[in-house]
Design a protein around this ligand. Structure first.
Ligand code: AMP
Ligand code: MG
Length: 418
């Protein structure tokens, strides 16, 4: 803890240790399982592919036939297409075969059409000429080459991606056991706030933009969101709303009122009605961020985000998102980042971590990052122009053009590229 608050890394440790996956699972049909977390490992209930089959259109034959007389002629008997059953291969002969069809018994090579120099029909039926140089490839997709029966196809805590759903479908699994959806309530606090649809009641009123921002950020996760609306800067009203929501939700997310001012009530509420995990964090933007638990029968986590929209998004991505992923059943991983050359210079105060909005620039095959000019924490434009966050650690006091800086692309934080 320094004058600014607790260090970023310490906050992450407290969050990691303070939250665990919600209990409870449900069976989810594949069509609804995208983005959900598995509650148990999935074992392959059959081998994939479940039978040897052809990877190409061509002719099935044995390698000994293929290699015995290069350039010679071989009779073609039978034909098997995808979905059909193959008859055993005639000795010394070949069988016409198409992609996905089962390899006939006795065939260990499929000679693809492109490798057959000549083919035709005569009074005795169809024939092919063998290539002078027999290809090495078998062109057979072997039973179990993707998955063997009993293999762990998907691990516990996997977040289901389209390709994972395809694997489950390929094994004939129409539904999977997933962790239940996490329930999150979102509140805005501030006497100055009004709904986007509401008329301006006073010149000092502003429209609440944080809630829609948070709804959008939460939509990327397997959570059910309850809209808690706008709460006034009134301790009793905020307390009542949060305590009530804590009974039906796994996590409460608020914005505004997280600081130390007279009109800021979140920290006091968490202290008086629960337990504070930390208050104030040594970062910029987002210093007032506070996290705690409201005690009811089951303590419910509460992430009190600052009010400024840029701080809301930065704090959500850096702290609330990992907590939510953990509640949903995921692991605790640092988001993917990479180092990139700074195309800017700036000086910075030591003792706090900064998340600057950065814009990637591609020029002459080189990638650099520029810093969005206006870094004020109320300037949403900085987030809209940025491709991600430049993370400068506590010790950094100066960045010079050409230095390597850490960059967290929004895409690694669950926000699609534009
Ligand atoms: P606070 O943390 O409550 O002191 O708020 C910091 C700044 O963020 C103030 O200028 C607020 O008006 C602004 N603010 C707070 N909540 C919101 C919100 N929901 N939407 C837009 N701005 C907000
Ligand atoms: Mg306020």
């Amino acid at each position: 803890m320094n004058e600014y608050g607790i260090p970023h890394m310490r906050a992450l440790e407290l969050l990691r240790d303070g939250f665990a996956a919600v209990a409870g699972s449900e069976r989810v049909e594949l069509g609804h399982a995208l983005g959900r977390y598995l509650d148990a490992p999935v074992l392959a209930k059959e081998s994939i592919p479940s039978f040897d089959n052809s990877a190409v259109d061509g002719y099935a034959l044995s390698r000994s036939t293929l290699e015995k007389s290069p350039g010679g002629v071989v009779r073609v008997e039978g034909r098997v297409a995808a979905g059909e059953t193959a008859s055993p291969l005639p000795p010394g002969g070949a069988c016409r075969i198409f992609t996905g069809a089962p390899a006939p018994e006795g065939a260990d090579v499929i000679l693809m059409d492109e490798d057959v120099p000549e083919h035709g029909t005569d009074a005795n039926g169809a024939w092919i000429r063998l290539p002078e140089n027999p290809p090495r490839s078998s062109n057979i997709r072997r039973r179990g080459e993707d998955l063997s029966e009993g293999d762990e196809a998907l691990g516990t805590n996997t977040r289901l991606r389209p390709q994972d759903l395809a694997a489950a479908a390929s094994m004939g699994m129409p539904a999977l056991d997933c962790r239940r959806r996490v329930r999150v309530a979102v509140f805005s606090t501030g006497a100055e706030l009004r709904e986007p649809s509401a008329a301006k009641s006073s010149p000092a009123s502003i429209v609440d933009s944080n809630r829609v921002l948070l709804f959008g950020l939460l939509k990327r996760l397997p959570v059910d969101v309850q809209d808690g609306g706008i709460l006034p800067d009134n301790k009793d009203a905020i307390t009542a709303a949060l305590l009530s929501a804590s009974k039906q939700n796994d996590l409460l997310v608020t914005s505004g009122g997280a600081g130390r001012g007279e009109e800021d009530h979140l920290v006091r509420i968490l202290e008086e009605h629960g337990e504070l995990l930390f208050r104030r964090i040594a970062i910029k933007p987002g210093r007032p961020l506070s996290v705690g638990f409201l005690s009811s029968d089951n303590p419910c986590g509460c992430i009190a985000l600052p009010g400024n929209p840029v701080a809301v998004m930065v704090c959500f991505l850096m702290y609330a998102r990992p907590v939510l992923l953990r509640l949903c059943g995921g692991g605790w991983e640092r988001p993917e980042h990479f180092n990139v050359t700074a195309n800017f210079s700036m000086s910075k105060k030591p003792g706090r971590r900064e998340f600057q909005r950065g814009i990637l620039q591609h020029k002459d095959n080189a990638l650099t990052v520029a810093r969005f000019e206006e870094q004020g924490s109320g300037i949403l434009r900085s987030l809209r122009s940025a491709d991600g966050l430049i993370e400068l650690d506590e010790d950094t006091t100066q960045v010079s053009k050409g230095d390597e800086v850490r960059f967290l692309p929004f895409s690694s934080l669950g926000i699609d590229a534009p």
